[in-house]
Design a protein around this ligand. Structure first.
Ligand code: AHZ
Length: 403
């Protein structure tokens, strides 16, 4: 499958949704500003209320807020010795050794369940998510290291609804491994501040840090991100095209990724749509699905060229990616290695700091575009978060299933 084939302009037809009855969205999660200590907030379970409070407070605390982005290429002196100073993960070990499963493993039985209930649980939640995000604030295309970093930063603002579209069944892009399929992930400073915020352990050298396995970064950021109520990941879904009106990108055209991969073998299989105020394209560099966002912009004449990334130069590449992360056309921000494709910037190979900080910058550009407090304007420190009046989610934990 070639990247250029993913963005296909097809008439809209949604055959499956006629056969599915969706009840009115079952849950109305009512969120209020901290000034209105709400009796409605008490509708939420205690753990969820704690999570919401934590989310609100983290909006003002970001490794990105106030950080200075290097404007010129910076060459650091090489640091040859990695000082092993792993950040603590002690309590995890303690809880493993002291706990035993709370059920009898020798005569174990699950509570009974009706098969149709399982089916309805999955179907209703997914379809509710699709209804909720048919019109969403930000769509992020691509869940690699840049897209995930962007989504994590953006989701700190609880008033923003975010849909992440990832064509692969397994989100994470190239961030499950380091270079040449090795395990360790090298992150140049100051991107280690983002790792500190995520509480990811690393070994520290003078100018960089090393996470023992790239999967530790990817699984941690994903678990933090996906727990947030304002985020939905649609994996195994491909973005096939963009919605563009009056010169502004206004959303994406989607299809099941497995359908996208079979347009050559079947007759017309039409896509679906997702409108959004901002699209963040983080499709990575050229490859089977790479750089699909900017290639489509070129196809439709919104940008003149996609020269492709240049040869590897870690020092130039990482600063360039962050510097060039921007809204390339009205309504569409590009982040991560896709930036190198549009600008002919060099690649950096297996150093990931730029993916994290570019993702954070893209998030703040999106917040700025949405008129929300952001680190580009320097407004994150001064404006308190405002809870959205009403937020529909399909995954509320204390919901009664009425199937
Ligand atoms: O599946 C793609 C991957 O997970 C996904 N994607 C691309 N096109 C899509 C589409 N619809 C849905 N049309 C799509 N999903 O986007 C993700 C891109 O992740 P990535 O890890 O390839 O890119 P990144 O920019 O987040 O990270 C790049 C990491 C690299 S590459 C590199 C080098 O080659 O020098 N160096 C680094 C650090």
């Amino acid at each position: 499958m070639h990247g250029a084939q993913i963005f296909l302009s097809l008439p809209l037809l949604i055959p499956f949704h006629r056969t599915i009855i969706i009840h009115p969205p079952p849950i109305h999660l009512l969120l209020h500003t901290h000034t209105r200590t709400s009796k409605k907030l008490s509708l939420l379970s205690l753990p969820r209320r704690k999570a919401m409070a934590a989310t609100a407070s983290t909006l003002l605390k970001s490794s990105f807020a106030g950080a200075r982005l290097p404007s010129t290429p910076r060459v650091s002196s090489p640091s040859s010795v990695v000082v092993s100073t792993p950040r603590s993960s002690g309590p995890i070990c303690a809880s493993i050794s002291s706990s035993t499963p709370p059920y009898d493993l020798t005569s174990f039985r699950f509570s009974p369940i009706k098969e149709s209930i399982v089916s309805r649980e999955m179907t209703r939640r997914y379809m509710t998510d699709m209804i909720t995000h048919a019109d969403t604030d930000v769509v992020i295309v691509g869940a690699g290291s840049a897209g995930l970093s962007c989504a994590y930063e953006l989701s700190k603002d609880p008033s923003i609804s975010i849909a992440i579209i990832e064509q692969s069944v397994s989100p994470g892009g190239g961030a499950w491994l380091g270079g040449q399929l090795f395990s360790a992930m090298v992150v140049r400073k100051p991107a280690h501040l983002f790792l500190d915020e995520l509480d990811i352990a690393y070994d520290e050298a003078e100018d960089y840090v090393v996470i023992k396995h790239a999967a530790l970064f990817t699984s941690t950021i994903m678990s933090r991100l996906l727990a947030r109520p304002n985020v939905k990941l649609f994996n195994a879904v491909a973005v096939e095209d963009l919605i563009v009106k009056q010169g502004r990108v206004g959303g994406v055209v989607t299809n099941w990724a497995l359908v996208s991969m079979n347009h050559d073998t079947q007759s017309c299989m039409d896509p679906n749509v997702m409108e959004s105020k901002v699209v963040v394209s983080s499709c990575g560099h050229d490859g089977p699905f790479g750089a699909t966002g900017v290639k489509r912009l070129q196809d439709i004449g919104m940008i003149s060229a996609v020269p492709g990334m240049k040869a590897l130069d870690m020092n130039t590449a990482e600063d360039e990616i962050v510097r060039l992360t921007r809204e390339v056309v009205p309504g569409m921000i590009v982040t991560g290695m896709e930036v190198a494709e549009i600008d002919g910037a060099p690649r950096m190979g297996p150093t990931f700091g730029a993916m994290m900080i570019s993702g954070q910058k893209a998030a703040h550009l999106a917040l700025k575009a949405l008129g929300r407090p952001n680190a580009i304007d320097g407004t994150t420190q001064t404006v308190p978060p405002v809870w959205r009046e009403e937020f529909v989610i399909a995954s509320k934990d204390d919901e009664v299933v009425d199937a």
